[in-house]
Each structure stands twice: as structure tokens, then as C-alpha cells.
Design a protein around this ligand. Structure first.
Ligand code: ADP
Ligand code: MG
Length: 331
């Protein structure tokens, strides 16, 4: 806690009671945010899944971004991890570090964004922390949820002979971020679509849960397709080959950058996709197609798992495309 008083927004306790407590209503164990902790019962036969992800002003969002989208981005970053693991998110804690600038209206819009996504994804606020910071605004979410005992889809199960798949299209958020560098009051639809993919991720929750029992390894693509598949390769002790011409690229991104191998390489190493990349034995191919059809999810087969190490992007002749970097890293 912190004893913040400010004339531009309510005090800490009023903020919690008026703006955040209504978001906890569906969770009796949150006690209306009037107690020190929240309690939660796991459904029988399930394990508790935990994850935290934060967004920081100037790193993951810009001060000028709509507060609703900041709220949705941080929630969805967490939810995307649950999707990739076949787990169900349930409740979350919210830690806010507030500098002077977010006023009451900003906080109300932020809470409205949380409320909308609580409905969309079936999650509820369980508690949190609110502090004043001398630095920039940061929002940390700690999400908790459940998975049937022993069924979590790990990163370490990929085996030589498996195929590699990815949902949706890759690189759109990176294109959106590039577009945001040039301010514009009215964007054409194709630009607005790319910007929206950067501002508000679209986690594949409906697709991830039926992947349990089908995928041998899975993760969500947050730091770049090639780099993230490299994480599966490393912990599974295999090599992953991605065919550049099978990496799914949206018409909007093609409009921005064309379709040559440099454009594909950029898409496959850009961050913020929040798609699911996974591996599975070829015998599961048909079942994966059925899950894709049932959940209205585009799924592309993009490569294969072989013996060796690392993740690489191959051109049409099977030659490795040299990459400056395979994904986004903070340090
Ligand atoms: P303490 O003094 O025990 O640290 P706080 O005064 O920080 O407790 O918080 C009081 C209650 O409000 C707790 O239930 C806490 O979980 C909740 N809370 C505080 N900040 C937030 C927030 N940003 N979002 C949701 N709940 C919050
Ligand atoms: Mg306390």
C-alpha cells in the first residue's frame, strides 16, 4: 500500500472501493477487496496454474494509447500463456504503480477495459496493490487458473518427426507498431487492422484448450516466431525447421511490406503476435484440423522437428535464411 493523496484522482482507498471493487463481484473469495487476501478453491482433479506479465509505459504501451487497450493488453498477455498451455484462466491480481499523470477518467476507462475483457474471457479481479511511483506507469497482472491434473502442455515434448504449426497470421502487431510511429488521425482499414493487432492481442483461448492431448509442445508467440520456437527446440533438445514460404502473413501486412523473403523474415522475428505455435506428431494432423474448424481458427503447418538444435527459417531451396535477430529481447 501507499498513502497517496492527489487532487487529480481519488485517494487509494476510494479508488479501490469505487473503481476496482465492482470488478471483483463474481468472486466471493475476493471479499469485495475489503480484506488482506483473496481465497480460491481449485476444482477437484485440477492443478492451479500461475502466470504474471506486466506492461510498462514506454516499453509495452505509449502514454497516448487508449486506457482500455492498455488494460486489455496486459490481461490478454497473461491469458495468451494460459491458452498455449491448454489451461483456463480464472482470477487475477492487479498491481498498479501510478505516477502523477493518470487522472480519474483514465483510471475509469482502464477499469472499463478490464471489465469488458472479464466478460470476454471469464476472469475476475481478486485483489491487487496500488502504489505511487516516481517512475513511469506500470501495470502488473498475476493470473491464476486451472488445468486438469497432469495435462498442461509443456514446451519440452517436441520430438523428431513432429510437425510444426502456428495459429493465425504472424507479424501483424510488428507492422502495427511500425505504423504507429507515424501519427495519423484517420487510417485506412488495413492499417487500422495492423494497429489493432498491436494494441489489443487476440489470445487463442478457445483453440488452446482442445490442444491438450494433441500437441507435443506449445507456447504463445510473444517475442517472435523463430525465437520462440527456439525455446521449444532448446528444452525439447531438437531442431525446428520453419519453411519461410509457409509462414502465414496477412493481406494487410503484405500491403505494408510486400511478400519477399525479407518481409517474411521480419514478420517471423517481430514480437506481440500472441498466436500459438505448437508441435504434434503427423498422426494428430486430422484431429488438429477438426479443432481448427470447430473453433474457427486458422492453423498453418509451417515446418518440422528434426534431430539437432535451434530454430531456423529455410528458403524454398532449403537454405537457412540468415537473421539479424530471431526475436525480441529486453536486455
Ligand atoms: P494492505 O494494506 O494489506 O497491503 P491494501 O490497502 O494494499 O492492503 O489493499 C486493500 C485491498 O484492496 C486488498 O484486498 C487488495 O487486494 C485490494 N487492492 C489494492 N489495490 C488494488 C488494485 N489495484 N486492484 C485490485 N485490488 C486492489
Ligand atoms: Mg494487509
Amino acid at each position: 500500500m501507499s498513502g497517496t493523496r492527489s487532487n487529480i484522482r481519488p485517494g487509494e482507498f476510494e479508488l479501490i472501493a469505487r473503481i476496482f471493487a465492482p470488478l471483483s463481484r463474481k468472486l466471493p473469495g475476493a471479499f469485495g477487496l475489503t480484506d488482506d487476501v483473496a481465497v480460491l478453491a481449485a476444482p477437484p482433479g485440477h492443478e492451479i496454474v500461475l502466470k504474471t506479465d506486466a506492461v510498462i509505459e514506454g516499453v509495452h504501451f505509449r502514454k497516448s494509447d487508449p486506457p482500455e487497450t492498455v488494460a486489455k493488453k496486459v490481461l490478454r498477455m497473461n491469458i495468451s500463456d494460459f491458452a498455449a498451455k491448454g489451461a483456463s484462466p480464472y482470477a487475477y491480481l492487479l498491481a498498479l504503480s501510478l505516477p502523477e499523470w493518470p487522472d480519474t477518467a483514465w483510471l475509469e476507462h482502464f477499469a472499463r477495459g478490464l471489465g469488458e475483457d472479464q466478460e470476454t474471457f471469464g476472469v475476475t479481479l481478486a485483489g491487487g496493490d496500488t502504489d505511487r511511483t516516481p517512475g513511469v506507469l506500470s501495470v502488473a497482472v498475476m493470473m491464476t487458473g486451472f488445468v486438469p491434473q497432469g495435462t498442461l502442455i509443456r514446451r519440452n515434448g517436441a520430438a523428431p518427426g513432429d510437425l510444426v504449426y502456428v495459429t493465425g497470421t504472424i507479424g501483424d502487431a510488428g507492422g502495427g507498431l511500425e505504423l504507429l510511429a507515424t501519427p495519423s488521425a484517420k487510417r485506412p482499414d488495413w492499417e487500422a487492422e495492423l494497429v489493432s493487432r498491436y494494441l489489443v492481442p487476440r489470445p487463442r483461448l478457445a483453440f488452446g484448450q482442445p490442444l491438450r492431448g494433441l500437441a507435443s509442445a506449445s507456447l504463445d508467440v510473444s517475442d517472435g516466431l523463430v525465437g520462440d520456437l527456439g525455446h521449444i527446440a532448446e528444452v525439447s533438445d531438437v531442431r525446428i525447421e520453419i519453411d519461410a514460404d509457409r509462414v502465414p502473413v496477412s493481406p494487410q501486412l503484405r500491403q505494408l511490406r510486400g511478400n519477399d523473403s525479407e518481409a517474411i523474415a521480419r514478420a517471423a522475428t517481430a514480437g506481440d503476435d500472441y498466436e500459438i505455435a505448437f508441435t504434434a506428431p503427423p498422426s494428430r494432423c486430422e484431429a488438429i484440423g477438426q479443432v481448427a474448424a470447430k473453433t474457427l481458427t486458422r492453423v498453418s503447418e509451417i515446418g518440422r522437428v528434426v534431430a539437432g538444435e535451434g530454430a531456423v527459417l529455410l528458403d524454398g531451396e532449403g537454405r537457412e535464411i540468415p537473421l539479424e535477430r530471431k526475436g525480441y529481447t529486453h536486455f
